[in-house]
Design a protein. Structure first.
Lengths: 211, 367
């Protein structure tokens, strides 16, 4: 049975989530335990998304509630063991300034325990290389909206290869115009649309693990 | 020898038959491509998207060399029109980007929640005028010359016998506010302050309807784009969509149809969930233009006896596919979605890096 806090997040009850988190902190519940309840709440949100009860609009709200609630835990979490599942370096590739799809991926992964290093938009190839060297992520996410930047996606993957980093990471490519064929031409693993395919690319990429 | 005027009349007859769900002599093809036209003809994208005197001749040159088309969706192009629709700033080639890059819309929160109150208090028109002047750097100074060039653009298409089907764009308050606020902030507004947003939408809608009515009369338009991008079903729960999206489209469509004009519902992204709702729109008066994300076959099942469908050769297929692949897809559409109540087109817009031979293959599919 999910906790009251988890259920409140699953129901997108922003005020209740805030009240519950503050109450648990006052009762000296460990921050890591509260975070676990919030992640369970996000799992409930995901279930409702899978069965067409929730849509992108609800995912955005859920991520916002999660982010604000997590901020209340920041001090407590800093003292405890890192509970992150792994790291992803994420960005919209060079010559494309669209960030909406990328931001959604950021929110969903972060609220599911993945540490996301978000490089922003119009990210130069070498910036991805630097970030991979610096953060040693398991995955790199490349986003685009424009068909005209497919070459920049490819060039980003090539830059990682030339730096000798290609084999250290799984590269996921996504965005409005990316289909299976284009994704593979870009040198990455396409993350496809659709509820049944949601997150499948990342699960396949990691064998279900993000360590 | 058929004159350009006779050609325009013949092609309009074909298009109107499709809209009326009658059987035309063949399926019409009505494409659109803007930056594609510039790149294809070697014109600078920077000049194309900012200089009205460059834009429409470039489009005419491009689309008279790709095979016989029955119409063109827009007569011309100007990048500043995007700011008028989405209340957003732009990255413009030649100014902010290399000369032949594609323009891009900046996702910024230029609108604040206080603007909803101001729209109610001041009226949408005056609020928007000030927004254009103060937050979009006197936008109308750049839009004016483009609007002034439209009669010349219409004449240029008339001269080559090609009807301009839907040369002006209108939409609903949702799309304006979503652009001005940014998608994330706006969706949170829908959850956190729904009454305030709805009050602003209700204040804006009559002004947008009046604007559409005015432009239809001023230019004698036979068709008008009614755009839908981020209002798509895939982004919103049914509860939000039913409250903030569909009622406003219905009102706008009713206004356009009452003017004797064809609303071309240019609906990008996935609207499959709500297709049945479109049966509430006037029968045999509208066009539903899909971009390859909505299931057009499902649309045919649900709406085939109610409204004309348009589309939906996927833009990415025009970029990376082969002419055979495009031709096969397009002839499949003509066979399965046509021959009645169907207009062949690309989904959304022909992308700038589409291969001209792929566009030729699409156009050839109706001949």
């Amino acid at each position: 049975m999910a906790s009251t806090l988890s259920q409140a997040l699953g129901a997108l009850d922003e005020a209740k989530v805030d009240e519950e988190v503050r109450g648990e902190l006052a009762a000296e519940t460990p921050a890591l335990s509260i975070l676990g309840e919030l992640q369970e709440g996000m799992r409930l949100v995901g279930e409702q998304y899978e069965c067409n009860e929730y849509f992108l609009s609800e995912l955005i709200l859920a991520s916002e509630i999660f982010k604000n609630a997590s901020a209340l835990l920041a001090e407590g979490l800093a003292k405890q063991t890192d509970n992150k599942l792994g790291t992803m370096v994420l960005g919209t590739v060079k010559n494309d300034i669209h960030d909406f799809g990328k931001d959604i991926v950021h929110m969903v992964l972060e609220s599911n325990g993945v540490e996301v290093v978000d490089l922003g938009v119009n990210v130069p190839y070498e910036r991805f290389v630097e970030a991979v060297r610096e953060h040693s992520p398991r995955m790199v996410g490349l986003s685009c909206l424009l068909t005209t930047v497919f070459d920049d996606m490819r060039a980003t993957v090539d830059a990682l290869a030339q730096a000798g980093l290609r084999d250290q990471v799984t590269i996921l490519v996504g965005g409005g115009p990316v289909d299976k064929k284009r994704g593979r031409l870009c040198g990455g693993r396409p993350v496809l649309r659709g509820r049944s395919g949601r997150g499948r690319g990342s699960q396949e990429s990691t064998g279900g693990e993000l360590t | 020898m058929t004159t350009p005027r006779e050609l325009v009349e013949e092609r309009w007859r074909r298009i109107k038959a499709a809209v009326a769900l009658e059987k035309p002599d063949r399926v019409p093809v009505v494409p659109l491509g803007d930056a594609f036209a510039a790149r294809m003809t070697g014109v600078s994208v920077a000049d194309f998207c900012t200089k009205p005197e460059v834009a429409y001749p470039t489009m005419v040159d491009a689309f008279t060399s790709l095979g016989d088309i029955d119409g063109i969706q827009h007569a011309s192009y100007n990048v500043n029109m995007l700011s008028t629709l989405w209340l957003s700033r732009l990255k413009i080639p030649g100014r902010d980007l290399p000369e032949n890059d594609l323009w891009q819309v900046e996702e910024l929160e230029l609108m604040t929640p206080e603007d909803y109150d101001q729209i109610v208090d001041q009226g949408f028109g005056p609020w928007r005028d000030r927004y254009f002047a103060e937050r979009l750097d006197n936008l109308m100074d750049r839009v004016g010359p483009f609007v002034g060039s439209l009669p010349d653009a219409f004449a240029a298409w008339d001269a080559v016998g090609i009807p301009v089907v839907s040369p002006v764009i209108t939409t609903i308050p949702y799309e304006y506010f979503c652009g001005g606020r940014s998608m994330r902030a706006f969706v949170l507004d829908l959850h956190r302050m729904p009454d305030k947003v709805q009050a602003a939408m209700d204040a804006a809608q009559p002004a947008l309807e009046e604007g559409a009515r005015g432009v239809i009369r001023a230019f004698g338009l036979k068709g008008i784009w009614v755009g839908g991008w981020r209002a798509a079903s895939e982004f919103l729960s049914p509860k939000l969509w039913e409250r903030f999206v569909f009622p406003y489209y219905k009102r706008m469509v009713d206004v356009v149809v009452a003017e004797g004009c064809i609303p071309v519902l240019h609906f990008d992204s996935n609207w499959t969930r709500d297709l049945e709702r479109f049966r509430e729109l006037p029968k045999a008066k509208c066009v539903l233009s899909l971009d390859g994300m909505t299931d057009i076959h499902r649309a045919k099942e649900l709406l085939g006896d109610h409204m004309c469908l348009m589309g939906d050769v996927p833009p990415r297929m025009l970029t990376i596919g082969s002419p055979d692949e495009v031709h096969s897809y397009a002839t499949g559409l003509v066979r399965d979605i046509g021959p009645t109540g169907f207009i062949l087109a690309q989904g959304c817009d022909i992308p700038p890096d589409a291969k001209p031979d792929n566009v030729r293959a699409m156009i050839a599919a109706v001949h």
